[in-house]
Write a protein that binds this ligand. Structure first.
Ligand code: RB5
Length: 154
């Protein structure tokens, strides 16, 4: 699988660990930076870059890390077509695939231990989208990317 990875400085070490793990497993990894834990950078730049590469089809999956995984997920989710999920463990990783068909998986370098993160990414990759009742909801998410707006309930 072609996988794009990106992080800010706070997620740098976890990004490096996950990128090496994914490459060892035979995936083609495109590293969009950042390149250091020492230089402070802004997570929106890297989340948006990963999202853009996935949305364009240059990668099938994105892996993003920052301090918590949250900011970089917010950035990735600004890109139409992206469903970025913050996961914390095997269960949230599995459900992000089964129910949400996440195409970007985000984790926190300051909040998730390294073994848990490795187990979570393996669980994510080993799981398929369940479709069924979840497909309608994914389609609804896609409509939010378009000009159609979600109805406001009275
Ligand atoms: C950087 O200090 C930190 O705020 C950032 O990595 C992230 O946790 C934001 O969501």
């Amino acid at each position: 699988m072609r996988i794009a990875v990106g992080s800010d400085h706070a997620g740098y070490e976890l990004k490096e660990l996950l990128a090496a793990h994914l490459a060892d497993a035979g995936h083609e990894v495109e590293d969009l930076g950042t390149d250091s834990a020492e230089i402070s950078v802004d997570y929106p730049d890297f989340g948006a870059a990963v999202g853009a590469v996935v949305a364009a089809g240059r990668a099938e999956l994105g892996v993003c890390t920052c301090g918590t995984g949250m900011g970089i997920a917010m950035a990735a989710n600004k890109i139409p077509g992206i469903r970025a999920a913050v996961v914390h463990d095997v269960t949230t990783a599995r459900l992000a695939r089964e129910h949400n068909d996440a195409n970007v998986v985000c984790m926190g370098g300051r909040t998730t231990g390294t073994q848990t993160a490795l187990d979570a990414i393996d669980a994510f990759l080993a799981t398929s989208f369940e479709a069924g009742r979840h497909l309608r909801r994914i389609d609804e998410l896609a409509r939010l990317d378009s000009e159609e707006r979600a109805p406001i309930r009275p």
